[in-house]
Every structure is written in structure tokens, then in C-alpha cells.
Design a protein around this ligand. Structure first.
Ligand SMILES: *Cc1c(COP(=O)(O)O)cnc(C)c1O
Length: 483
């Protein structure tokens, strides 16, 4: 029997060396080649966070009465956050393990708050651009999602939101900013709606929470989005993003404890003891809270403000460089440090540009509806701005003169995923492929092999992927009908 483990334990040093070899093909975030996923400053800072994390590595935040140290660390991080968001300490909150957990908790909280007021078929209204964590929460907690369309300026359409409000609405959502295009929703207007209809309003500041306040401190005017807006009842913010903490740390803060009570789980009858838990996790990682606290202490208000200022300057330089390339434009008017850009010409396929940029070593997210490329900017990107723009210019020119690239590599896969009108089919394809990739005997997921995503496995030659998929669908339908 092979246990996929050595018979005898190996020396620590040898194991650590081998671990290093696993990462050689990972995205090169240390040289600022990534534009999502990683918030990294430098090695010295990272080592410092690791030390802080290590000090509470084994401590467990499950029970707030056992490790008083962790409760204190958590509370101090939350108080700092409350200060940033302009709410006094009658607010309450909890640290969670990620933005998704914070968002999903809000769904659970407002569902149960709605239930307590007799709502049996809860609905929530979220902008078209809201993070998928909200759909995930809705699916897990059986809340109906109503996606409100965007206005021309890419912010959620207030009139549409108001039309969607009904007696089953348990919460409204706005983002500051939304992740895909970095646009801040009209939180003040949403706040007025929330007050008028007496519905809770959550602001998803997962990505913006620890940079927008400092952009403002650096002197740039921003629309109001935090607890200064009266209707806002809660805010989620990921300190493991622009707070530059270690991964595994996010916050959710409620204006008052009455809402928060609906988040808390209590079982008073368990043989293991009376049990109360504030969030999803059972065992809660003390190290993540210690590292978050350490990050706040190390940066301070000045440090974060300086970082924000630099980051915005880099972002503006990038946007300027991108718009100077013929055929590209920035989507909407993003005010924070993330944005998306798209093609204004039918001759430039953004997914082809994405593939070409990737071949040059850049790790860039692809967006759909509309097709676009994404950038989440951090201070270390300063040293790559010029290279990025130069590479982009070259890639755009190449993509323009090589339209066939759209049917190759990842571009074909992304093109198919985003353009097929038959969303149920796309969903099934993605689900099958994704689940299969978790089989223990699976090969690595490879998006550049579009045949794995292409129904009928690409026998039809150079036809467009969309045509292929539709003809596959039609064949399938008629096969069913003739049965
Ligand atoms: C990142 C993000 C989330 C989810 O956070 P995770 O830490 O990745 O789970 C939710 N909402 C927004 C707006 C985000 O940017």
C-alpha cells in the first residue's frame, strides 16, 4: 500500500528545500508581474508578517475567553477599521478568514434579520458587478438574488434598484469599489433608498476598505461610501488585500449589535459544552489576527497614506499609458487602484492580447461582459509601469494583425465561455471540468487547451468556437428529440 508519504519522516531542511522547488512556475509576484491575487510589498516586510503570524501560530480564536490575546488583537484591528470607516465603538464586528466569508456572513445575517420580521422568501438586491461571493452566499443560504443593472456610468442604476425593492427584500448591496472595474457604486443614494424603505444596506469594501480612506487622506476627493452615509448598516473589508496583512484576514463591521446578533450561532445543549461562534470557522487562526495587527502597527496611518498615494499615482500612469494606445479604453471612471480596459476596435481581441501578455510573463485576469483585461495595482508595480505599457502596445499591434489568435490558446476558451448565449451549457462545461480537476488522479487544469472546453472536442476545424458550441447544442437537442 502506497500512502503517498515517506515511510520514515524526512529532515526539516530537506522538506523546506523541496517546497521551494514546487513554486518555480507560479506567478512571479515578487517582481510585480501579477495584477491580482497577491498583495506584496517586499521580502523584509513579508518576513516580519511571518514572524508576527508565527507568534500566534497555534493560538485558537474559537473561544474568545480562552486566548484573551487574540480577542485583544482582533478588537484592536476592528477599532482601527471602525475609525477608518467613521463609526464609533458602539459598532461591533468580527475578523473572518476572507472577503467571501465576510460577504456570506452578511447574507446570513440579513436573511435571519428578515426572518425575524416575518420574511419567508428573502431576496437581496445587488449590482450587476457585485462580487460572486454574494451569489455564493445567496446560494448557500437560499436567498433570491436580484441583480440590478448598471447606469451609463457603470455604477448601479438607482432607479432600477428602487423598482426591485419589495416586501421580501432583506438587504441591498453597493460596492466600494466593485472588483471587476473598480467603480464605486452610488452609496449615498443607496443609503437614502435603504432608509426610505427601512432595509439594511451593506457596503462591500472588501478590496477598497483599506485603501479608499487613505486615498482620501492623501487629498483626493471621493464620494462618501462608509458609515458617514446614514443608511449603511454594515461594511466588509479585507485587511489581507490593501491592508497588507497575511492571507486569512478580513473584517465585517455592523453599525449596531442588533444586526450582528443574527450572525452569531449558539447551541446551549451540546454535550461538548455550551457553544457560541461569531462566524463560519470553528477553529480560528490566531496567526492571521496577529499578522493583521502587526501590519497596522508597522504601516501606521502615515505609511498606509503614503502607500495609497503612490499606488494612485502608479494607477494613473498606467491608465494614461493604456489609453494612449490606439484602440484601448478604460471602462468607466475608476477612482481607486483597480480598473479594467477594453478594446474599442472590432480588430482587437482582448483575450488574444491577454494571451500575448501572458506569454511575456504577465499574469492578468480576463473579464467578460464586456471582454476586458483587469489590473489591481499595488505600490511595487511602480518599477514595471513602462515595461507593461511597452509590452501592451506590442501585444495589441500583434493581436490586430493576427485575428486567428482569437481561436487559439486561452483566448478561444475565454471567448467561448463569455460569448455563448447558452449559459446553462457553459455552466455545465465549467462545472464538469472544474470538478474533474479535483479528482486525485487529475492533470493540472489547462485553459490553453480549448478542446477540453469545446463541446464535440473541436473536430470542426477553424469554425468559431461559438458556432461550434451552438451546433453541438443543436445536435444534442435534436438527438434528444429523435429518441
Ligand atoms: C476580493 C473581494 C471579495 C472576496 O474576498 P476573498 O478574500 O477573495 O474571499 C469580495 N468582494 C470584493 C469587492 C472583493 O474585491
Amino acid at each position: 500500500m502506497n500512502y503517498n508519504a515517506p515511510e520514515k519522516g524526512r529532515p526539516f531542511e530537506e522538506i523546506l528545500k523541496e517546497l521551494d522547488t514546487f513554486g518555480v512556475n507560479d506567478p512571479d509576484y515578487k517582481n510585480a508581474r501579477t495584477w491580482s491575487l497577491v498583495y506584496y510589498l517586499n521580502e523584509e516586510y513579508t518576513n516580519f508578517l511571518q514572524d508576527a503570524y508565527g507568534k500566534y501560530f497555534s493560538a485558537n480564536g474559537l473561544n474568545p475567553t480562552a486566548f484573551k490575546s487574540l480577542k485583544r488583537l482582533e478588537k484592536e484591528v476592528l477599532r482601527f477599521t471602525a475609525d477608518l470607516f467613521h463609526v464609533d465603538y458602539s459598532a461591533c464586528g468580527v475578523m473572518t478568514s476572507c472577503g467571501t466569508e465576510s460577504c456570506m456572513l452578511a447574507v446570513k445575517t440579513y436573511r435571519d434579520h428578515g426572518r425575524s420580521r416575518g420574511i419567508k422568501k428573502p431576496e437581496m438586491i445587488i449590482p450587476e458587478t457585485a462580487h460572486v461571493a454574494w451569489d455564493k452566499g445567496a446560494e448557500y443560504f437560499t436567498v433570491k438574488v436580484r441583480r440590478a443593472p448598471l447606469a451609463e456610468d457603470w455604477r448601479v442604476d438607482i432607479k432600477a434598484v428602487e423598482k426591485m425593492i419589495n416586501k421580501n427584500t432583506v438587504m441591498i448591496l453597493g460596492a466600494a469599489p466593485e472588483y471587476p472595474h473598480g467603480i464605486i457604486d452610488p452609496i449615498e443614494e443607496l443609503g437614502e433608498l435603504a432608509l426610505k424603505h427601512k432595509i439594511p444596506l451593506h457596503v462591500d469594501a472588501c478590496v477598497g476598505g483599506y485603501i479608499l480612506p487613505f486615498i482620501e487622506k492623501a487629498g483626493k476627493e471621493l464620494p462618501l461610501w462608509d458609515f458617514r452615509v446614514e443608511g449603511v448598516t454594515s461594511i466588509s473589508a479585507d485587511i489581507h488585500k490593501y491592508g497588507f496583512a497575511a492571507k486569512g484576514a478580513s473584517c465585517i463591521i455592523y453599525r449596531n449589535v442588533d444586526y450582528f446578533k443574527h450572525q452569531v450561532f449558539v447551541n446551549e445543549s451540546w454535550p461538548g459544552g455550551v457553544f457560541a461562534s461569531p462566524a463560519f470557522l470553528g477553529t480560528r487562526p490566531g496567526g492571521a489576527y496577529a499578522a493583521a495587527w502587526a501590519a497596522v502597527q508597522a504601516n501606521g496611518i502615515e505609511g498606509y497614506t503614503a502607500l495609497a498615494k503612490r499606488t494612485i499615482e502608479i494607477t494613473e500612469a498606467l491608465k494614461k499609458g493604456i489609453t494612449s494606445i490606439d484602440g484601448l479604453e478604460i471602462i468607466g471612471e475608476p477612482k481607486a487602484s483597480l480598473f479594467a480596459y477594453r478594446s474599442t476596435s472590432p480588430n482587437i481581441n482582448m483575450f488574444s492580447v491577454g494571451d500575448l501578455m501572458e506569454a511575456k510573463g504577465w499574469h492578468i485576469d480576463r473579464l467578460q461582459k464586456p471582454d476586458a483585461l483587469h489590473a489591481m495595482v499595488t505600490a511595487p508595480h511602480e518599477k514595471v509601469v513602462e515595461q507593461y505599457i511597452a509590452d501592451l502596445k506590442e501585444c495589441v499591434a500583434y493581436a490586430k494583425s493576427h485575428p486567428e489568435l482569437a481561436d487559439e490558446g486561452q483566448a478561444a476558451t475565454y471567448g467561448m465561455i463569455s460569448h455563448i448565449p447558452l449559459r446553462g451549457m457553459v455552466r455545465k462545461q465549467v462545472l464538469d471540468m472544474f470538478a474533474d480537476s479535483y479528482r486525485l488522479d487529475a492533470e493540472e487544469l489547462d485553459l490553453s487547451d480549448s478542446s477540453s472546453m469545446t463541446p464535440g472536442s473541436g473536430q470542426e476545424g477553424k469554425k468559431s468556437i461559438v458556432d461550434k458550441a451552438i451546433s453541438w447544442y443543436v445536435r444534442k437537442k435534436s438527438a434528444k428529440a429523435s429518441k
